[in-house]
Design a protein. Structure first.
Length: 63
């Protein structure tokens, strides 16, 4: 079982896409169970294409 502390969802403030670590993003090579902090900085939002590296665009939801 994954650590629930690491299974926090994250929302893109540009387009409101929600990254769910339980689902991951297999189309970009991010397997299910990948915590947000383990997603590489080069990952981009599948909806608006903004990268994770852009600070202030993604907000943790389940804290």
């Amino acid at each position: 079982m994954k650590d629930p502390e690491k299974m926090i969802r994250c929302v893109c403030l540009e387009c409101h896409y929600i990254y769910d670590p339980l689902k991951g993003d297999p189309k970009q090579g991010i397997p299910p169970g990948t915590a947000w902090q383990d997603v590489p900085e080069s990952w981009h939002c599948p909806e608006c294409k903004i990268t994770k590296a852009k600070k202030g665009v993604f907000k943790l939801l389940d804290e």
